[in-house]
Write a protein that binds this ligand. Structure first.
Ligand code: IPE
Ligand code: IPE
Ligand code: MG
Length: 251
């Protein structure tokens, strides 16, 4: 399937709602956390898969602001798993020239997780291939509010004038400031919703939902399948189909 992918029409930025770990485990009569643990393989597969294809940005929704409301033992287990995973996966990141980033309310994370993340980001800072971002303690509404707050402070300080605020400046203050918007958003687990993920950055993303696939079963061919579907779609950005075809012919 990989051979069917058109290298000249790749999504620059892929975002993923990695959903269905709990159901995956429960289906086998295991505890939900077993699903979270098994999800690590899927994270490795998609990161390697994107790196192999030359995708520039991959953003993974790993823990939402709302997920803090889960039972305490599940939250703790997820945070522990995060520490362990980052430590274990650094060699894979290095081997594939992948740079690690994080977005979200960093201060809301436990100290151990922050320490491990900081370490991981430092170690991979020189890598120039895939830019891999973990969204942790993240929500789209949180992101928009923190950007608005920064701008308000700049206006108060006099370094920004209210009339200077436009889409470009606002986007620059989001946690993804400087990165391209999402081209393709994947969601496993069958639900057709955004769950407070990157609300602004998803404005014109193509959505791809796997109806029968839970995240721990995700492998590289699933990524390839979504990219092939992406390439068959016509992205009109508000224009007419004829206009879009004309632009393509001219190019
Ligand atoms: C996604 O899997 C992982 C996180 C939200 C941390 P879930 O834990 O939401 O799994 P389901 O949706 O309950 O099956
Ligand atoms: C979305 O999954 C968040 C992550 C994958 C981290 P959820 O399982 O929390 O989403 P809902 O509750 O089904 O919308
Ligand atoms: Mg879920």
């Amino acid at each position: 399937m990989k051979e069917q992918i058109d290298q000249k029409n790749l999504p620059r930025h892929i975002a993923v709602i990695m959903d269905g770990n709990g159901r995956w485990a429960q289906k086998q009569g295991a505890a939900r956390i077993f699903g979270h643990r098994s999800a690590i393989t899927s994270v490795r597969e998609i990161a390697e898969g994107c790196a192999e294809l030359g995708i520039e940005y991959l953003t993974l929704y790993a823990f939402s602001t709302e997920n803090w409301g889960r039972p305490k033992f599940e939250v703790n287990a997820l945070m522990e798993l995060l520490v362990y995973t980052i430590r274990e996966e650094i060699p894979t990141l290095q081997k594939n020239n992948i740079r690690l980033h994080t977005i979200g309310d960093f201060e809301s994370l436990p100290e151990r997780s922050r320490k491990e993340l900081t370490e991981g980001m430092k170690k991979t800072a020189e890598n120039t291939g895939l830019q891999l971002t973990l969204a942790l303690g993240y929500s789209g509404k949180w992101d928009i509010v923190q950007a608005a707050r920064q701008l308000a402070q700049e206006v108060l300080a006099g370094s920004t004038q209210p009339e200077d605020i436009n889409e470009h400046l606002f986007a620059a203050r989001l946690s993804t400031g400087g990165w391209p918007d999402v081209d393709l958003m994947l969601r496993t687990g069958g639900d057709f919703r955004i769950s407070n993920f990157m609300l602004w950055q998803l404005a014109y993303a193509e959505l791809y939902v796997y109806s029968d696939l839970l995240w721990p079963d995700f492998r590289k061919p699933h990524l390839h399948e979504a990219i092939i579907a992406f390439q068959s779609r016509e992205r009109r950005f508000g224009k007419t189909g004829d206009q879009v075809k004309e632009i393509v012919t001219k190019a």
